[in-house]
Write a protein that binds this ligand. Structure first.
Ligand code: NAI
Length: 266
């Protein structure tokens, strides 16, 4: 324990169950001294186990569908009321693709589903940032982090329309980062995480063998959800005050490797 987040308060989205990356962030943020508000959709609150996390971390759960600006406004108002004022950090840990869920390949996308993918997985981040900005909800020195995947930067059609949503999420990070930085002294970054076996992760076809492959290629091996949470805490802390508008890899080095067959290495 480093007391990295002593006196800090924030919102953590996306904790569905104890496999969720957000779940680990919530546990570790509180262990580092933070006070948190948890949120998820009403359906995920019902079907998942977030209330157990709330009990464990002494936090409240405020329901919000991140595609609804009204819900996000109530969430931010509710958090400010709970904390008694502005707060310091927000985690966006939200992603879903109906096309992936239904096993629809990239060359045969259903466009109604595609809209949903983009709304849930990328536009929700703009909506969240816009509500935070308009309500002036974050303290100077604050930090907003969203989770992304390398398919947002490199071609990976197996990741379906989520690849496009992640590219958009990373672009929103840069553009809103300018405004949040200049006007509010708030950082906005994405963390690009190794493939991880969570409920969302399990939706990707061939995820198991992909995880093993990437684990072998990455010099440090894959980063776990716990590793990801540790990294995110540094981004919420005061130790990274000048880091903003970045896509930061937490992937054991995978993003910098040019993979080639093992026989060439030996
Ligand atoms: P997860 O399934 O535990 O979390 C996804 C969360 O999104 C769930 O809690 C779900 O309720 C929430 N969500 C879905 N629709 C929503 C909506 N309309 N409003 C509010 N919340 C909504 O899975 P995981 O892996 O922890 O996902 C968290 C983030 O990490 C996602 O952005 C995902 O794309 C990203 N990520 C995951 C990787 C993996 O391999 N698992 C790798 C890189 C990034």
């Amino acid at each position: 324990m480093y007391n990295l987040l002593q006196g800090k308060r924030g919102i953590i989205t996306g904790a569905l169950n104890d496999m969720s990356i957000a779940w680990k962030v919530a546990q570790k943020a509180v262990a580092e001294g933070a006070e948190i508000v948890l949120t998820n959709t009403p359906v995920s609150i019902r079907l998942g186990t977030i209330n157990r996390l709330a009990e464990e971390t002494g936090s409240i759960v405020l329901p919000a569908d991140a595609t609804s600006v009204n819900d996000l406004e109530s969430l931010v108002d509710g958090a400010m009321a709970h904390f008694g004022g502005k707060f310091d950090f927000v985690l966006h840990s939200i992603g879903m693709s109906p096309n992936i869920r239904k096993g629809i390949p990239y060359e045969n996308l259903n466009y109604e589903y595609f809209h949903k993918t983009v709304d849930i997985s990328a536009m929700s981040f703009h909506k969240l940032l816009q509500v935070l900005y308009q309500k002036d909800a974050l303290r100077a020195g604050g930090s907003v982090v969203a989770l992304t995947y390398i398919a947002g930067d490199r071609a990976m059609p197996g990741y379906g329309d989520m690849a496009d949503a992640k590219a958009m999420l990373q672009s929103i990070t840069r553009n809103f980062g300018v405004i949040m930085g200049r006007e509010r002294q708030v950082r906005v970054n994405t963390v690009s995480q190794s493939p991880t076996l969570t409920t969302a992760g399990q939706g990707i076809a061939g995820m198991g063998s992909m995880i093993d492959y990437v684990d072998n290629v990455s010099p440090l091996g894959n980063a776990s959800a716990d590793d990801c949470a540790d990294y995110i805490l540094t981004l919420f802390s005061d130790l990274t005050r000048k880091v903003t508008m970045q896509n930061l890899y937490n992937d054991g080095g995978y993003s910098s490797i040019l993979p080639y067959p093992n026989q060439i290495l030996s």
